[in-house]
Design a protein around this ligand. Structure first.
Ligand SMILES: Cc1cc2nc3c(=O)[nH]c(=O)nc-3n(C[C@H](O)[C@H](O)[C@H](O)COP(=O)(O)OP(=O)(O)OC[C@H]3O[C@@H](n4cnc5c(N)ncnc54)[C@H](O)[C@@H]3O)c2cc1C
Length: 301
């Protein structure tokens, strides 16, 4: 038998999107549980940027502050626990099965489980990720101002080099396994050949190409492939965008009534990909929570 729908809203994911969603629900005294298994997309980042009033704050500090704020709301429970499965309940609502095997009933679900980055297969790159190597020029470019900056891969290189041009002293594109892009801005150097290894020397990235040539840069920009961090889109049969992000409407609602989504994992059909940032994730989480609530009101709960 399905469990009673004790929760008004189950929020899955405790990054910026889920934390904001839980706060929104707590503010109107609805029963919510936030489930989080602690594998944040920016886990390796020492300081987050481009977040007004928190520019440079360690992400862990930000999450701890948000969790502390949630403690003031009696109807919100934060559970450091993984959700393994979500399914529609027979009489409406949803059943979430946790990692410990418990079934929890919720009238609505907010998905905020984020995306996982799959980096190009370059030895040593993972150890630099979030520090000397990153994807977003808004988040990381300024720290390498005036210095030589590298871009790995050709696909995002024209776009990224245009954004980074006023920031970097000089730019080098390493197409790696791609063909060299032909639409780079003037003055951008291109070094062809497969990059075999990425390592650190002081505050620099040392890239070793097959054949032994080495290039040194102060920061390396990479365009990783992003995949859903959790299996719920698949389990619930949610419609996806071509990017692999969950398709949501202007109010954060997915294709399944009762399930809304916010943060990196979801975006409007009109966008080519999610707008990946802490602020956007919080905004998405708030919208998804509000929609979840509106759905409950419409159902007379
Ligand atoms: C290297 C790097 C640097 C970045 N730097 C910046 C920056 O400086 N400024 C900025 O604005 N943005 C930055 N970002 C982007 C930012 O980190 C993301 O946009 C933001 O974290 C997205 O928030 P989210 O809540 O959607 O997802 P996440 O922060 O990834 O949180 C998702 C949460 O869901 C949880 N979860 C997943 N599956 C389950 C499950 N089955 N059960 C329970 N919990 C689950 C995860 O453990 C995680 O806690 C950076 C990203 C990267 C990769």
């Amino acid at each position: 038998m399905d469990p009673h729908l004790d929760l008004d809203v189950a929020v899955v994911g405790g990054g910026p999107a889920g934390l904001q969603a839980a706060l929104t629900i707590g503010r109107v005294h609805r029963r919510a549980a936030l489930f989080d298994d602690g594998r944040y997309r920016n886990a390796t980042v020492a300081h987050m940027h481009n977040v007004a009033s928190h520019d440079g704050t360690p992400p862990a500090e930000f999450r701890a502050a948000a969790r502390a704020e949630l403690a003031a709301y009696d109807t919100v429970e934060v559970r450091t626990e993984r959700v393994e499965r979500i399914r529609p309940a027979e009489a409406g609502g949803f059943v979430l099965t946790t990692g410990s095997g418990e079934d929890v009933g919720a009238a609505a679900v907010v998905l905020a489980t984020g995306m996982r980055d799959v980096l190009p297969a370059v030895e040593g790159l993972g150890a630099l990720w979030g520090d000397l190597a990153a994807a977003c020029p808004f988040c990381h470019g300024h720290e390498a101002a005036g210095r030589r900056v590298g871009i790995l891969g050709a696909v995002a290189a024209p776009h990224q080099s245009r954004i980074l041009r006023p920031v970097a002293g000089s730019l080098v594109v390493l197409p790696h396994e791609d063909d060299a892009p032909d639409d780079l801005p003037e003055g951008v150097e291109v070094v062809t050949g497969r990059v075999a290894r990425a390592g650190r020397d002081g505050d620099e990235v040392v890239l070793t190409l097959e054949g032994g040539r080495q290039e040194r840069v102060a920061a390396l920009f990479v365009a990783p492939r992003a995949v859903q961090a959790a299996p719920f889109a698949e389990q619930l049969g949610l419609e996806l965008n071509p990017s692999g992000g969950i398709r949501v409407d202007e109010l954060g609602r997915t294709s399944l009534p009762g399930v809304s989504a916010g943060g990196d994992l979801a975006h409007l059909a009109a966008l080519p990909m999610p707008m990946v940032s802490v602020v956007q994730a919080m905004a998405g989480g708030q919208l998804a929570a509000s929609s979840a609530l509106m759905g409950l009101l419409a159902a007379g709960r």
